[in-house]
Design a protein around this ligand. Sequence first.
Ligand code: COA
Length: 179
Amino acid sequence: MSDYEPFIAEQTEQSIAVYPGTFDPITMGHIDIIKRGLTLFDKVIIAIARNSAKVPLFNIDERLEMIRESFPDSGDRIAVDTVGGLLVDYAYTRGAKAIIRGLRAVSDFDYEFQLALMNRRIEREVETVFLMTGFRWIFISSSIIKDAARHGGDVSGLVPDHVCERLREKYFGGGQGGI
Ligand code: COA
């Protein structure tokens, strides 16, 4: 079993939470939420899920790799996985008690409320837990970071260095310029 394969609660008796998202790419804001999640749960499964409204820049393998590279010393407390179908079904079969979502600003609330209520309607045994994003990350999103990077803006500090590098490769073919 690799370090990043998901765990199953029955085998461990530990509290597990799923942190879903598109992660296109993972940002320091996501990492902040994951670290906060680890103070509440024994294990966090970072789950790349499909948002049908989005066309990602990075493919699934690239996103998996970027997440894994962001947690080189996580031991067995973090797993990274992909979700094909319904998120709550995935969480339930993994024995997760909760789905973690980060709240940045009031603008997130409507969508997150809808998502949480629909998830609860489908599967009552999995709760949604909202964590406040660290103040420094309140105004960032993957899209705004991609937009800045695409135009050569400096996004260092907002994403891990290896993600900066991947953005540079995507937009500038690994050559000089930008970011
Ligand atoms: N700091 C900075 N940015 C953050 C953040 C944080 N703490 N938390 C979220 N964001 C950003 C993300 O980067 C993302 O930016 P983008 O829109 O520019 O890409 C945005 O906020 C929200 O994205 P994310 O948290 O990745 O969620 P999502 O809306 O892309 O994902 C799914 C939603 C995938 C979880 C949802 O569609 C899902 O559950 N899909 C599975 C299928 C399913 O079960 N559907 C039924 C749902 S009822």
